[in-house]
Design a protein around this ligand. Structure first.
Ligand code: GDP
Length: 463
């Protein structure tokens, strides 16, 4: 047993150390980042009042006093548009907030009473929580740092799947007769790059997720800049790379090669160096139900994209990331979002499926001793769970409204608790519509397991 005085000194030191936490939220487009961050801020602001956070001990024990927004530290990063998001949810009828497109930040100061009281009695402590939201697509670019232009070109040929190749048909036509040795024509390269970007956008629309370069999809302030005017060169398959490397600097090949390197050095690396490296905790959101709904090719693609994306959290000694940036994330959550699309009896299966999908990356993370947890959640619950009587049996069902306001009562189907096999896809026992958010009657947003998620991400700092 430590002496009380020693314990208090220890507590004081801890307090100094624990004043600040940088929590990052990511996921591919439409995975639910904007909804998640809106709900997270909303729950903490209503903590101690109407928020239902029973799975977060500080809230359950009445020690969480609330949170308020303060000015963020980094003035170069846009502020997360919380008020606009809440205005959408409070509109009549409510609608989903406009998704954010790049990186954004918001700082909360959380006030709480520590769980163990020392000599300092019922003192109140503060935790500054810096929240960052950034597109998961940006993480898809990490593997790109491990390539040079020729090897990247080879890896990115869209001929990997038939549906995918169809989406890139215009680009494949446009690039087919581009001679690597010919003198570069800026306008033509820009045109072909735009065709490539269109292919990527179409692929994303179609639900594909393994798409590089990530900034082609979300260019932000780089839209139209020459650094985004490159693409893989199919001719590389039939040319000798040593010969290509000797081509003059005005050639198509040398120009594309230069832009690729510039993209690596000036776009991808700065994000990792200036932001990613400084995050303490991270949650990765995954729209697993959306992918299940969309069919086998897209599910496969999500799985590939996640494997790529998860490389950004593989801190193994020799990993690309550790060598380049020495990041410090000490806790990670991976969450299947929008779980209100299935009945509560399916939630454990959703987590099992997520774990199966990420089995390899999870193994690597556990091996590297990074605490990681797989969860399912609904940031903003848009359905109510019901029971219906069907031929004398009671079975679970969901009630909600479609996006156009139509009342729905349905059983959306069973989530497979392991990677779906051929049988699952042929039965396709899974189908759900998008739901409209429910009107909020004052108070906090309805959710599923946001409290468990918060406990994993920040609970230890509220002890
Ligand atoms: P982002 O692109 O990652 O920021 O994704 P959003 O947060 O904009 O979410 C994309 C869409 O998913 C929203 O417009 C909603 O239709 C849906 N969505 C997100 N979170 C939830 C949720 O908790 N429940 C339900 N039912 N739908 C959600």
């Amino acid at each position: 047993m430590r002496q009380p005085l020693v314990r208090d000194i220890h507590d004081l030191l801890e307090r100094g150390r624990d004043r600040q936490l940088r929590l990052a939220v990511t996921g591919l487009s439409r995975s639910g980042k904007t909804a998640f961050l809106t709900s997270l801020v909303n729950q903490l602001r209503h903590a101690g009042l109407e928020a239902r956070l029973d799975l977060l001990p500080a809230a359950r024990e009445g020690r969480l006093l609330g949170a308020r927004r303060v000015n963020q530290h980094d003035l170069g990063v846009p502020r997360f548009p919380y008020d606009q998001a809440m205005a959408s949810l409070d509109a009549n009828p409510p609608h989903w907030p406009e998704p954010t497109r790049g990186i954004s930040e918001l700082r909360l100061v959380i006030r709480y009473r520590p769980g163990k009281r020392g000599l300092l009695g019922s003192e109140i402590r503060q935790l500054s929580l810096d929240l960052f939201d950034y597109p998961g697509e940006w993480l898809l670019d990490l593997p790109l740092l491990g390539h040079d232009y020729p090897s990247w070109s080879l890896a990115q040929q869209p001929s990997r799947g038939q549906a995918r190749a169809r989406l890139f048909a215009d680009w494949l036509d446009a690039v087919a007769d581009l001679d690597p040795a010919a003198e570069a024509d800026e306008a033509r390269l820009a045109e072909i790059a735009e065709c490539y970007a269109m292919g990527l956008r179409a692929a994303r629309e179609a639900g594909f997720a393994d798409l590089q370069p990530g900034r082609f999809l979300l260019p932000g302030e780089l839209a139209g800049a020459p650094v985004l005017q490159f693409f893989p060169l199919p001719a590389i398959e039939t040319h000798d790379t040593a010969e290509l490397a000797r081509l003059p600097s005005e050639s198509n090949y040398a120009t594309l090669n230069r832009r690729f390197r510039h993209y690596q050095q000036r776009v991808v690396k700065p994000f990792y160096r200036e932001h990613f490296r400084r995050f303490d905790r991270q949650i990765v959101l995954v729209d697993l139900l959306g992918a299940l709904n969309a069919g086998p090719e897209r599910f496969e693609d999500l799985s590939r994209a996640l494997a790529n994306l998860m490389q950004s959290f593989d801190y193994g000694q020799r990993s690309l990331l550790s060598r380049l940036f020495a990041p410090r994330i000490d806790r990670l959550a991976i969450a299947a979002t929008k779980s209100d699309h299935v009945t509560p009896d399916q939630h454990p299966r959703l987590v099992a499926l997520l774990e199966a999908l990420l089995a390899e990356p999870l193994k690597d993370l556990r091996f590297a001793n990074i605490p990681v947890k797989a969860l399912s959640l609904a940031a903003i619950r848009a359905t109510e769970s019901r029971e219906v009587s069907l031929e004398g049996h009671r079975s679970p069902a969901l009630r909600g409204k479609s996006l156009t306001g139509e009342e729905l009562l349905m059983y959306p189907g069973e989530v497979p608790d392991n990677l779906p096999d051929h049988d699952f896809w042929t039965r396709q026992g899974f189908d759900f519509p998008a739901f409209r958010p429910m009107p909020r009657e004052g108070g906090a947003l309805p959710h599923i397991r946001m409290d468990a998620t918060l406990d994993w991400l920040i609970g230890d700092k509220l002890q």
